[in-house]
Design a protein around this ligand. Structure first.
Ligand code: VGL
Ligand code: ZN
Length: 202
């Protein structure tokens, strides 16, 4: 068992990010047994859930003529236009059935505002609208956070970068994550994680 100051944050292990899902990450489901057993080592376990309304601005389908995986400009900066995924209440938005959810004390839902995407578990993509996770962890005395889940180069990386910025000791266990790797996004995310002092483990 890790010290009570350590939390495990499980990012977006949802059907739509697993094989057969709307935004499937290769081998996304392969990490689940490892994540399930890691949960036994942590007194604090948080799950995140990507949770978008059908009219969400990150969906290519909501931009006339836009192809999935193309880029657009949002008021807060560049944004990938994704295939429609993790629509609120859909089976694609549900946690993968093999993922243990009982050990989690908190589920953070993110990306529910139509006009703004939210990769990070801490802040939406404007880097200023909070999800509340920072306050929750601090109130529980957490100082160190370990990230696992999907996808390494988007929601996991953004979460770990924000954690480091907020002063938490942050670790990403790459072996318990899988990446989308769109146009070099995995190499870019890895470089940013190193530069931010995030520990990369296996
Ligand atoms: C994610 C793209 C869009 C993720 C979520 O969980 O990494 N990626 N929404
Ligand atoms: Zn999303």
């Amino acid at each position: 068992m890790r010290p009570a100051t350590d939390a495990l944050i499980v990012i977006d292990v949802q059907n739509d990010f697993c094989p057969g899902g709307a935004l499937a990450v290769a081998e996304g489901d392969a990490i689940i047994p490892r994540i399930n057993s890691l949960m036994d080592d942590f007194a604090t376990v948080v799950l995140t859930q990507d949770w978008h309304p059908a009219n969400h601005a990150s969906f290519a389908a909501n931009h006339a003529g836009a192809a999935p995986f193309s880029m657009t400009e949002m008021p807060y900066g560049p944004q990938v236009l994704w295939p429609t995924h993790c629509v609120i209440g859909s089976s694609g938005a549900a946690f993968h059935p093999a993922l243990r959810t009982d050990p989690a004390q908190l589920v953070i839902r993110k990306g529910f505002r139509p006009a703004i995407d939210s990769y990070s578990a801490f802040f939406e993509n404007d880097h200023s609208t909070p999800t509340g996770l920072d306050g929750y962890l601090r109130a529980r005395g957490v100082t160190s956070v370990t990230f696992v889940g999907l996808a390494t180069d988007y929601c996991v990386a953004y979460s770990a970068l924000d954690a480091a910025k907020l002063g938490f000791a942050a670790t990403v266990l790459s072996g318990a994550c899988r990446a989308i790797d769109l146009n070099g996004s995995l190499a870019e995310a890895t470089a940013k994680l190193h530069a931010a002092g995030v520990t990369l483990g296996n």
